[in-house]
Design a protein around this ligand. Structure first.
Ligand code: AKB
Length: 337
């Protein structure tokens, strides 16, 4: 008999590590984790980790003979800045990789006669606002507003949301008998901030980078202007959002893609928060014109009413709690050690 598992791709990444930590608290689920890289030692415990590539179809053909995949948290992706340096590679990883997994989930749903849940983190990068006047006017964008991404990563995320909806609702629509569909659910995340890991290759990274640099007493040159504003979220809330959406009964959901957010800050406000905790920090602003353009195209806030109404989404960390109770004490302790 195949072993029933939850599969997590991109498991060694920021969200992956935080999600595994959460599952490690209970014995209820078996995890099958996948990443190009090994997992950090502390996460190894009882889970099966495969070091491999999401583009390796033979690997998945082998895995489904051994495991019954009940849910996929598909976290593997190249982030926005990195994707601009290697757009074709980004397309392969972000789109082709997702397509492979959607197909696998579709086949597995049919094979076991029950929908595989497919949880997909999307991003504010799926939006593209034309200028700062409109960005200020349409502060809290709704899911269907301004879906004109300007980055390869944003295009990839938006398209994969559509692919997910297609595989959930219309896949094999001309077949004589209606197949069991997979169950695709996605959250559009703001910039995420973890106290334990530093992001790599993103464009919202200036927030967490500022904080981690300050805690290590290193100077930091922020690559966007002081007034640049985007929404952020503390990592524990991001994990909560993924888990709540995963557990929500299908009948409660009115959409497949939901905005979720916590707090919006300008880069200056972010710096002020960091300075409150680390008054000696040396933070300057040296905008990089290209990365600035990306941040300017992202919304200043997200309207997440649909998530609140359908599956009770509420962030636990507002700005003050995120900094005072999660980020600052934890980062301070880590770097002191
Ligand atoms: C990035 O900056 O690319 C990510 C994101 C906002 O999705 N952090």
């Amino acid at each position: 008999m195949r072993k029933k598992v939850i599969m997590i791709t991109g498991a060694a990444g920021e969200i992956g590590q935080a999600l595994i930590d959460e599952f490690a608290h209970s014995e209820e689920h078996e995890l099958l984790t996948l990443d190009l890289h090994p997992l950090p030692e502390r996460l190894h415990s009882r889970f099966t980790h495969i070091q491999g590539d999401i583009l390796d179809k033979k690997l998945f053909a082998r895995l489904v003979t051994e495991f019954e995949i009940d849910t996929i948290f598909h976290l593997a992706a190249l982030l926005s800045t990195r994707s601009e340096f290697a757009p074709e590679l980004a397309h392969q990883v972000n789109v082709d990789g997702t397509l492979t997994l959607l197909q696998l989930a579709a086949e597995q749903s049919q094979r076991r006669g029950e929908a595989v849940r497919f949880i997909f983190p999307s991003s504010i990068a799926a939006y593209g606002l034309p200028d700062l006047t409109i960005k200020a006017r349409d502060f809290y964008v709704r899911e269907w507003d301004w879906n004109y991404p300007t980055t390869m990563y944003g295009c990839n995320k938006l398209y994969c949301e559509l692919l997910g909806s297609y595989y959930s609702q219309h896949y094999q629509q001309l077949a004589r008998t209606k197949p069991v569909m997979l169950d695709f659910r996605s959250v559009r995340f703001p910039g995420l901030i973890s106290a334990f890991t530093v992001p790599a290759g993103g464009t919202s990274d200036y927030g967490p980078e500022m904080l981690h640099a300050a805690a290590q007493n290193k100077p930091y040159a922020c690559f966007v202007r002081e007034d640049s504003t985007i929404p952020f979220m503390a990592m524990p809330d991001a994990v909560t959002a993924l888990l709540h959406l995963w557990r929500a009964p299908a009948a409660a959901l009115t959409r497949r893609v939901y905005n979720v957010t916590s707090f919006s800050l300008s880069a200056m406000q972010f710096r002020d928060r960091v300075l409150q905790a680390f008054p000696e920090a040396h933070i300057t602003f040296q905008p990089d014109i290209s990365r600035q353009g990306i941040v300017d195209s992202w919304p200043a806030g997200l309207n997440d009413e649909a998530a609140q109404e359908d599956w009770g989404w509420q962030p636990a960390y507002d700005t003050q709690r995120a900094f005072d109770e999660y980020l600052v004490p934890t980062i301070r302790q880590r770097h002191a050690g």
